[in-house]
Design a protein around this ligand. Structure first.
Ligand SMILES: Cc1ncc(COP(=O)(O)O)c(C=O)c1O
Length: 373
Protein backbone atom coordinates (compact mmCIF):
# COMPACT_ATOMS: atom_id res chain seq x y z
CA UNK A 1 0.00 0.00 0.00
CA UNK A 2 1.14 3.51 -0.69
CA UNK A 3 2.45 5.25 2.40
CA UNK A 4 0.34 8.08 3.70
CA UNK A 5 3.41 10.24 4.32
CA UNK A 6 6.31 11.32 2.18
CA UNK A 7 9.44 9.22 2.63
CA UNK A 8 11.62 12.32 2.82
CA UNK A 9 9.76 13.38 5.99
CA UNK A 10 9.29 9.97 7.58
CA UNK A 11 12.99 9.22 7.40
CA UNK A 12 13.97 12.37 9.24
CA UNK A 13 14.38 12.05 12.98
CA UNK A 14 13.11 14.64 15.43
CA UNK A 15 16.20 16.54 16.64
CA UNK A 16 17.78 14.72 19.60
CA UNK A 17 18.25 18.06 21.35
CA UNK A 18 14.54 18.91 21.15
CA UNK A 19 13.53 15.42 22.24
CA UNK A 20 15.71 15.66 25.32
CA UNK A 21 14.28 19.06 26.32
CA UNK A 22 10.70 18.19 25.76
CA UNK A 23 11.07 15.17 28.05
CA UNK A 24 12.24 17.34 30.97
CA UNK A 25 10.04 18.39 33.81
CA UNK A 26 10.93 20.36 36.93
CA UNK A 27 14.09 22.34 37.57
CA UNK A 28 17.36 21.43 35.91
CA UNK A 29 20.81 22.93 35.55
CA UNK A 30 20.63 23.14 31.84
CA UNK A 31 23.96 22.94 30.01
CA UNK A 32 22.19 21.56 26.98
CA UNK A 33 20.77 24.74 25.53
CA UNK A 34 22.10 26.40 22.39
CA UNK A 35 20.95 29.91 23.17
CA UNK A 36 22.28 32.87 25.13
CA UNK A 37 20.77 33.17 28.60
CA UNK A 38 21.06 36.98 28.45
CA UNK A 39 18.12 39.29 28.13
CA UNK A 40 17.61 40.93 24.72
CA UNK A 41 19.22 44.42 24.85
CA UNK A 42 16.80 47.14 25.95
CA UNK A 43 17.08 49.31 22.82
CA UNK A 44 16.15 46.27 20.72
CA UNK A 45 13.06 45.56 22.82
CA UNK A 46 12.04 49.23 22.54
CA UNK A 47 12.34 49.07 18.74
CA UNK A 48 10.06 46.01 18.72
CA UNK A 49 7.53 47.75 20.96
CA UNK A 50 7.61 50.86 18.79
CA UNK A 51 6.97 48.73 15.71
CA UNK A 52 3.91 47.27 17.40
CA UNK A 53 2.63 50.60 18.73
CA UNK A 54 3.02 52.34 15.40
CA UNK A 55 1.08 49.56 13.66
CA UNK A 56 4.04 48.20 11.74
CA UNK A 57 2.32 44.82 11.69
CA UNK A 58 1.67 44.02 8.04
CA UNK A 59 3.50 41.96 5.44
CA UNK A 60 6.72 43.54 4.27
CA UNK A 61 8.51 43.06 0.98
CA UNK A 62 9.44 39.38 0.56
CA UNK A 63 13.12 40.25 0.73
CA UNK A 64 12.76 42.26 3.91
CA UNK A 65 12.49 45.99 4.59
CA UNK A 66 14.97 48.23 2.75
CA UNK A 67 16.43 49.80 5.92
CA UNK A 68 17.27 46.40 7.37
CA UNK A 69 18.87 45.12 4.19
CA UNK A 70 20.87 48.37 3.98
CA UNK A 71 21.99 47.86 7.60
CA UNK A 72 22.98 44.24 6.88
CA UNK A 73 24.89 45.36 3.80
CA UNK A 74 26.81 47.92 5.94
CA UNK A 75 27.39 45.30 8.66
CA UNK A 76 28.80 42.77 6.20
CA UNK A 77 31.20 45.42 4.97
CA UNK A 78 32.13 46.63 8.48
CA UNK A 79 32.56 43.25 10.17
CA UNK A 80 33.28 40.77 7.40
CA UNK A 81 34.93 42.73 4.62
CA UNK A 82 32.15 41.66 2.24
CA UNK A 83 30.54 43.83 -0.44
CA UNK A 84 26.91 42.82 -0.92
CA UNK A 85 24.27 45.31 -2.02
CA UNK A 86 20.90 45.32 -0.22
CA UNK A 87 19.53 43.57 -3.32
CA UNK A 88 21.83 40.62 -2.74
CA UNK A 89 20.21 39.47 0.47
CA UNK A 90 16.99 38.03 1.85
CA UNK A 91 15.79 38.51 5.41
CA UNK A 92 14.55 35.17 6.79
CA UNK A 93 12.95 33.62 9.85
CA UNK A 94 16.18 32.87 11.65
CA UNK A 95 19.27 31.15 10.33
CA UNK A 96 17.14 28.00 10.21
CA UNK A 97 15.06 29.29 7.33
CA UNK A 98 18.15 30.81 5.74
CA UNK A 99 19.79 27.36 5.70
CA UNK A 100 16.61 25.83 4.34
CA UNK A 101 16.28 28.19 1.37
CA UNK A 102 20.01 27.96 0.66
CA UNK A 103 20.02 24.16 0.61
CA UNK A 104 16.68 23.91 -1.19
CA UNK A 105 17.76 26.18 -3.99
CA UNK A 106 20.94 24.27 -4.89
CA UNK A 107 20.25 20.64 -3.95
CA UNK A 108 18.35 18.23 -6.17
CA UNK A 109 17.31 14.61 -5.51
CA UNK A 110 20.44 12.51 -5.03
CA UNK A 111 22.85 15.45 -4.82
CA UNK A 112 25.46 15.17 -2.13
CA UNK A 113 26.06 17.84 0.49
CA UNK A 114 29.26 17.74 2.51
CA UNK A 115 28.63 18.50 6.15
CA UNK A 116 30.96 18.55 9.16
CA UNK A 117 30.86 15.39 11.29
CA UNK A 118 30.22 16.18 14.12
CA UNK A 119 28.10 19.15 13.06
CA UNK A 120 24.90 21.07 13.75
CA UNK A 121 21.87 18.78 13.45
CA UNK A 122 19.98 20.82 10.85
CA UNK A 123 22.61 20.41 8.13
CA UNK A 124 21.80 16.74 7.53
CA UNK A 125 18.05 17.05 8.11
CA UNK A 126 17.60 20.01 5.74
CA UNK A 127 19.64 18.20 3.09
CA UNK A 128 17.34 15.19 3.41
CA UNK A 129 14.28 17.44 3.18
CA UNK A 130 15.64 18.59 -0.17
CA UNK A 131 16.04 14.88 -1.09
CA UNK A 132 19.80 15.29 -1.11
CA UNK A 133 22.32 13.06 0.60
CA UNK A 134 24.29 14.42 3.57
CA UNK A 135 27.87 13.19 3.48
CA UNK A 136 29.74 13.65 6.75
CA UNK A 137 33.28 14.96 6.49
CA UNK A 138 35.22 13.68 9.51
CA UNK A 139 36.74 16.62 11.37
CA UNK A 140 40.44 16.65 12.23
CA UNK A 141 41.68 16.14 15.78
CA UNK A 142 41.44 19.88 16.39
CA UNK A 143 37.84 19.79 15.04
CA UNK A 144 38.62 21.79 11.93
CA UNK A 145 37.30 20.68 8.54
CA UNK A 146 40.36 20.10 6.40
CA UNK A 147 40.55 20.57 2.65
CA UNK A 148 42.07 17.06 2.36
CA UNK A 149 39.13 15.46 4.18
CA UNK A 150 36.71 17.39 1.97
CA UNK A 151 38.58 16.35 -1.17
CA UNK A 152 38.29 12.70 -0.19
CA UNK A 153 34.51 12.99 -0.03
CA UNK A 154 33.95 14.97 -3.23
CA UNK A 155 32.26 13.04 -6.06
CA UNK A 156 30.57 14.17 -9.26
CA UNK A 157 27.35 14.38 -7.24
CA UNK A 158 28.69 16.87 -4.69
CA UNK A 159 26.67 20.06 -4.91
CA UNK A 160 27.40 21.95 -1.70
CA UNK A 161 29.79 22.16 1.22
CA UNK A 162 28.61 23.53 4.55
CA UNK A 163 31.15 25.40 6.65
CA UNK A 164 30.24 26.46 10.18
CA UNK A 165 32.85 28.57 11.93
CA UNK A 166 32.75 29.09 14.89
CA UNK A 167 31.20 25.66 15.11
CA UNK A 168 28.36 24.01 16.93
CA UNK A 169 29.00 21.61 18.74
CA UNK A 170 32.81 21.90 18.98
CA UNK A 171 33.53 25.62 19.34
CA UNK A 172 36.25 25.31 16.67
CA UNK A 173 37.20 28.38 14.62
CA UNK A 174 38.67 27.93 11.13
CA UNK A 175 41.85 29.78 10.18
CA UNK A 176 42.04 32.07 7.16
CA UNK A 177 44.45 29.65 5.52
CA UNK A 178 42.02 26.78 5.92
CA UNK A 179 39.04 28.79 4.69
CA UNK A 180 41.03 29.70 1.56
CA UNK A 181 41.97 26.05 1.00
CA UNK A 182 38.30 25.01 1.35
CA UNK A 183 37.21 27.74 -1.08
CA UNK A 184 39.82 26.53 -3.60
CA UNK A 185 38.68 22.91 -3.40
CA UNK A 186 35.02 23.94 -3.73
CA UNK A 187 35.83 26.18 -6.68
CA UNK A 188 37.82 23.47 -8.48
CA UNK A 189 34.87 21.05 -8.20
CA UNK A 190 32.03 23.55 -8.86
CA UNK A 191 30.68 23.12 -5.37
CA UNK A 192 28.69 25.91 -3.71
CA UNK A 193 29.72 26.80 -0.16
CA UNK A 194 27.01 27.48 2.39
CA UNK A 195 28.67 29.33 5.26
CA UNK A 196 26.80 29.33 8.57
CA UNK A 197 28.20 32.26 10.52
CA UNK A 198 25.71 32.57 13.39
CA UNK A 199 28.49 32.47 16.02
CA UNK A 200 30.83 34.91 14.23
CA UNK A 201 30.77 37.44 17.07
CA UNK A 202 31.55 34.84 19.71
CA UNK A 203 35.27 34.31 19.16
CA UNK A 204 37.85 34.47 21.95
CA UNK A 205 41.64 34.64 22.17
CA UNK A 206 42.15 37.33 19.49
CA UNK A 207 41.23 35.06 16.60
CA UNK A 208 39.43 36.55 13.61
CA UNK A 209 36.31 35.35 11.90
CA UNK A 210 36.87 34.84 8.19
CA UNK A 211 33.93 34.69 5.77
CA UNK A 212 34.52 32.36 2.79
CA UNK A 213 32.56 34.82 0.61
CA UNK A 214 35.65 37.06 0.70
CA UNK A 215 37.34 34.66 -1.68
CA UNK A 216 34.57 33.39 -3.96
CA UNK A 217 31.24 34.36 -5.49
CA UNK A 218 29.90 30.83 -5.08
CA UNK A 219 29.17 31.22 -1.39
CA UNK A 220 25.84 31.67 0.34
CA UNK A 221 26.46 33.40 3.65
CA UNK A 222 23.96 32.58 6.39
CA UNK A 223 23.66 34.62 9.55
CA UNK A 224 21.13 35.73 12.17
CA UNK A 225 20.65 38.08 15.08
CA UNK A 226 19.73 35.08 17.28
CA UNK A 227 23.03 34.34 19.04
CA UNK A 228 24.79 37.69 18.64
CA UNK A 229 22.07 39.79 20.28
CA UNK A 230 20.29 37.18 22.45
CA UNK A 231 17.27 37.27 20.11
CA UNK A 232 16.54 33.60 19.42
CA UNK A 233 12.77 34.07 19.84
CA UNK A 234 12.61 36.91 17.32
CA UNK A 235 13.34 34.38 14.55
CA UNK A 236 15.34 36.73 12.39
CA UNK A 237 18.18 35.79 10.07
CA UNK A 238 19.39 36.42 6.55
CA UNK A 239 21.25 35.11 3.52
CA UNK A 240 23.67 37.15 1.44
CA UNK A 241 24.81 35.88 -1.95
CA UNK A 242 25.25 36.95 -5.55
CA UNK A 243 21.91 37.67 -7.21
CA UNK A 244 21.92 34.48 -9.30
CA UNK A 245 21.55 32.69 -5.93
CA UNK A 246 19.18 35.12 -4.20
CA UNK A 247 16.81 35.05 -7.18
CA UNK A 248 16.37 31.28 -6.71
CA UNK A 249 16.27 31.39 -2.91
CA UNK A 250 13.63 34.12 -3.00
CA UNK A 251 11.22 31.71 -4.67
CA UNK A 252 11.45 29.24 -1.79
CA UNK A 253 11.27 32.03 0.79
CA UNK A 254 8.30 33.65 -0.93
CA UNK A 255 6.18 30.51 -0.91
CA UNK A 256 7.07 29.06 2.47
CA UNK A 257 7.48 32.21 4.49
CA UNK A 258 6.28 35.27 2.51
CA UNK A 259 8.40 37.54 4.69
CA UNK A 260 10.09 37.61 8.08
CA UNK A 261 8.10 39.09 10.98
CA UNK A 262 7.71 42.86 10.50
CA UNK A 263 8.23 43.48 14.22
CA UNK A 264 11.36 41.37 14.35
CA UNK A 265 12.74 43.17 11.32
CA UNK A 266 12.51 46.50 13.16
CA UNK A 267 14.12 44.93 16.23
CA UNK A 268 16.93 43.49 14.11
CA UNK A 269 17.48 46.89 12.52
CA UNK A 270 18.00 48.38 15.99
CA UNK A 271 20.36 45.53 16.87
CA UNK A 272 22.50 45.62 13.72
CA UNK A 273 22.60 49.39 13.13
CA UNK A 274 22.63 50.34 16.83
CA UNK A 275 25.40 50.43 19.47
CA UNK A 276 27.45 47.24 19.61
CA UNK A 277 28.61 47.40 23.27
CA UNK A 278 26.01 44.78 24.21
CA UNK A 279 27.83 42.35 21.91
CA UNK A 280 31.19 43.18 23.51
CA UNK A 281 29.72 42.70 27.00
CA UNK A 282 28.11 39.36 26.17
CA UNK A 283 31.29 38.14 24.48
CA UNK A 284 33.43 38.97 27.51
CA UNK A 285 30.98 37.21 29.83
CA UNK A 286 30.99 34.14 27.56
CA UNK A 287 34.80 34.21 27.61
CA UNK A 288 34.79 34.28 31.42
CA UNK A 289 32.52 31.26 31.45
CA UNK A 290 34.56 29.48 28.79
CA UNK A 291 37.71 29.96 30.88
CA UNK A 292 35.90 28.77 34.00
CA UNK A 293 34.57 25.67 32.21
CA UNK A 294 37.97 24.88 30.70
CA UNK A 295 39.62 25.04 34.15
CA UNK A 296 36.89 22.93 35.74
CA UNK A 297 37.12 20.23 33.07
CA UNK A 298 40.93 20.21 33.23
CA UNK A 299 40.64 19.75 37.00
CA UNK A 300 38.49 16.69 36.43
CA UNK A 301 41.08 15.30 34.03
CA UNK A 302 38.69 15.34 31.08
CA UNK A 303 40.04 15.28 27.55
CA UNK A 304 38.92 18.06 25.19
CA UNK A 305 40.06 20.74 22.74
CA UNK A 306 39.86 24.25 24.13
CA UNK A 307 37.00 25.89 22.21
CA UNK A 308 37.89 29.15 20.49
CA UNK A 309 34.37 30.30 19.79
CA UNK A 310 30.58 29.80 20.13
CA UNK A 311 29.49 28.69 23.63
CA UNK A 312 30.12 24.96 23.65
CA UNK A 313 32.77 22.54 24.88
CA UNK A 314 32.89 19.04 23.42
CA UNK A 315 34.82 16.74 25.77
CA UNK A 316 35.40 13.04 25.27
CA UNK A 317 33.80 10.62 27.76
CA UNK A 318 34.04 6.84 27.99
CA UNK A 319 30.31 6.21 27.55
CA UNK A 320 28.23 9.21 26.50
CA UNK A 321 24.83 7.70 27.34
CA UNK A 322 25.85 6.63 30.80
CA UNK A 323 27.45 10.03 31.41
CA UNK A 324 24.38 11.94 30.20
CA UNK A 325 22.02 9.76 32.24
CA UNK A 326 24.09 9.96 35.45
CA UNK A 327 24.11 13.73 35.16
CA UNK A 328 20.39 13.83 34.44
CA UNK A 329 19.66 11.84 37.60
CA UNK A 330 21.36 14.71 39.45
CA UNK A 331 19.37 17.24 37.44
CA UNK A 332 22.18 18.42 35.17
CA UNK A 333 21.56 18.37 31.42
CA UNK A 334 24.19 18.04 28.70
CA UNK A 335 23.75 16.77 25.12
CA UNK A 336 25.03 13.41 23.80
CA UNK A 337 27.77 13.81 21.20
CA UNK A 338 26.18 11.32 18.77
CA UNK A 339 23.31 13.77 18.30
CA UNK A 340 25.74 15.66 16.04
CA UNK A 341 26.85 12.73 13.89
CA UNK A 342 28.71 9.44 14.17
CA UNK A 343 32.03 11.14 14.96
CA UNK A 344 30.45 12.77 17.99
CA UNK A 345 30.20 9.35 19.66
CA UNK A 346 31.47 9.26 23.23
CA UNK A 347 31.59 13.01 23.51
CA UNK A 348 29.13 15.33 25.18
CA UNK A 349 28.25 18.89 24.28
CA UNK A 350 28.34 21.22 27.24
CA UNK A 351 26.83 24.65 26.66
CA UNK A 352 28.16 27.44 28.84
CA UNK A 353 25.31 29.77 27.91
CA UNK A 354 24.23 29.75 31.53
CA UNK A 355 25.29 31.69 34.62
CA UNK A 356 28.63 31.09 36.37
CA UNK A 357 26.69 30.00 39.46
CA UNK A 358 24.85 27.33 37.44
CA UNK A 359 28.09 26.25 35.81
CA UNK A 360 29.80 25.94 39.17
CA UNK A 361 27.01 23.79 40.55
CA UNK A 362 26.86 21.60 37.44
CA UNK A 363 30.64 21.09 37.34
CA UNK A 364 30.69 20.11 41.04
CA UNK A 365 28.19 17.38 40.25
CA UNK A 366 30.10 16.36 37.13
CA UNK A 367 33.28 16.10 39.17
CA UNK A 368 31.56 13.64 41.52
CA UNK A 369 30.44 11.51 38.57
CA UNK A 370 33.85 11.54 36.88
CA UNK A 371 35.47 10.46 40.17
CA UNK A 372 32.83 7.78 40.66
CA UNK A 373 31.61 9.22 44.01
C1 LIG B 1 25.21 26.45 13.72
C2 LIG B 1 23.81 26.92 13.87
N1 LIG B 1 23.17 27.40 12.78
C3 LIG B 1 21.89 27.83 12.86
C4 LIG B 1 21.19 27.79 14.04
C5 LIG B 1 19.77 28.25 14.06
O1 LIG B 1 19.71 29.61 14.32
P1 LIG B 1 18.32 30.40 14.35
O2 LIG B 1 17.82 30.34 15.76
O3 LIG B 1 18.66 31.80 13.93
O4 LIG B 1 17.38 29.74 13.40
C6 LIG B 1 21.82 27.28 15.20
C7 LIG B 1 21.06 27.20 16.47
O5 LIG B 1 21.45 26.53 17.40
C8 LIG B 1 23.15 26.84 15.10
O6 LIG B 1 23.80 26.36 16.17
Amino acid sequence: MRSKFAGRIKNIEISGIRKAFEALSGDFFNLGLGEPDFDTPEHVKIAAMQALKSGFTSYTSNKGIDELREAISAKLYRDNNLAFSPDEMIVTSGASEALHIAIHSVVERGDEVLIPNPGFVSFAALTELAEGKPIGVPLSDDFSISAEAVKEKITDKTKALIINSPANPTGAVESEENIKALVDIAHDHHVTIISDEVYEQLIYDDLKHISPARFSDDVITVNAVSKTYAMTGFRLGYVAARSEYTEQMLKVHQYVQACASSISQKAALAAIAGPQDCVVDMRSEFKRRRDFAVDALHDMGMKFKIPKGAFYIFPRVSDEHEFVESLKRKRVIVTSGSTFGSRGKNHVRISYATSLANLKHAFDIMKGIVRGD
